[in-house]
Design a protein around this ligand. Sequence first.
Ligand code: ADP
Ligand code: G6P
Length: 459
Amino acid sequence: MKSPPRLVVVANRLPASRVGEGAGARWERSPGGLVSAVAPVMEERGGVWIGWDGGAGPAPRPGRAGPIEVRAVALSRGEVDRYYHGFCNTTLWPLYHDAIVNPEFHRAWWDPYIAVNQRFAAAAARASRRKGVIWVHDYQLQLVPRMIRERKPSSRIGFFLHIPFPPDELFAWLPWRSAILRGLLGADVIGFQTQASAENFVRVAKRYAGAEGTERELTIDRRSVRVMACPISIPSAEFEKIAASPSVRRKSAEIKQQLAGRKLLLGVDRLDYTKGIPLRLAAFHELLQDRKLSVNECVMVQIAVPSRESVPGYEETRREVEGMVGRINGEFSMPGKVAVHYFRRSLSREELVAYYLAADVMLVTPLRDGMNLVAKEYVMCRDDGTGVLVLSEFAGAARELRRALLVNPRDVETLKKTIVQAVRMPEEEQRMRMAMLRSNVRRHDVHDWSRGFLEVLDE
Ligand code: ADP
Ligand code: G6P
């Protein structure tokens, strides 16, 4: 059988990032869903991964991480500010997430976005062979598909957006909307997490970039571009294996014991304003105040990975979350029975899975989220069939995980009722729902996602 062509992945982040500066610098697994999903695909298939290492200044030399050839793209201090903190995370991220915080539009950030996208495109063109396959990822690199096509017209170029694509009413705000669309339309295949995002894209591509065609196929410059919804997923078998390991089981039993056998309500998120952590805490706080729940019976654990701390909105969210945790604990904790445990740090996969195994209720309540892999990870770890997933309607995952308790996280009264329903759900109902959820995730894991996308790109 012919082996598949070498795959070149282009993403803003490398699988590992440099944290800290100078002699104190160390490497850590990069945060977020993109790396969680793409890393297992690349570990299985091999190929080149072009990305940024998280630092400012010269890039480390090309290297290898197992079957992955790693090539770092350098960003200067100014580019980290204007491209990464600025255009990517103060303009695009909030705009694409329903403008939960106000997106800022600064002309001085646009040129650095172009310059950095050019650098990624040049690195991709260098890494790719003739007629090679190049897969570009996410909102940081939307100009890259066209830039690669200009350099290497014979390449097959895919693009996948990991976050939502906004409706016309929001996308239209962007002063550089046509250039961004033309950049994306340089790809042969463009994938989105949901059908709604794909439809939003098609509408604006016709309106602002002169594309023509149908929901599934656009034509521009006499080329055709395939548009599709292909929801991302997790390496299911890997999570099942970790969940079954005796050391993780022991750790999970230990966690239960340390929490005095109370029902555990768990939140696991990047510390991001899109994740709805304050509303989740507010709901728990009010349930304690209304005496619908008590600390004798329940405990909440919120695990939050630090993220983008120099970007507006993030520091405020952190302060808000930490203030709320302090208030809830001040009012309700008792000796040996803390109401909310809050960890602001990254955990190893094994530790995280031990928490998933210990959690009776998983609270995934983002205000807007492209997919949300945490929801799928929780489900895949629940191999005894118990546990309840409370899931925001505004996460991409809600399109697939219909048997979760779906909720509008801004409707705090309903959120409270849903949390109580989750805590009190009879085991039989838990098992019935969890069986369906697990078969959803197992049927479509991250390897199916990548195969599905690359097959279309191959056609
Ligand atoms: P996002 O991509 O917005 O960060 P996702 O839920 O899709 O959201 O992906 C988050 C990923 O980060 C998941 O794979 C999850 O396991 C991982 N993660 C989240 N919190 C932590 C943490 N505290 N420690 C380690 N990994 C975490
Ligand atoms: C989300 C985005 C990714 C990003 C990740 C972590 O998952 O879709 O593109 O890498 O968050 O954010 P960061 O800014 O730290 O790379």
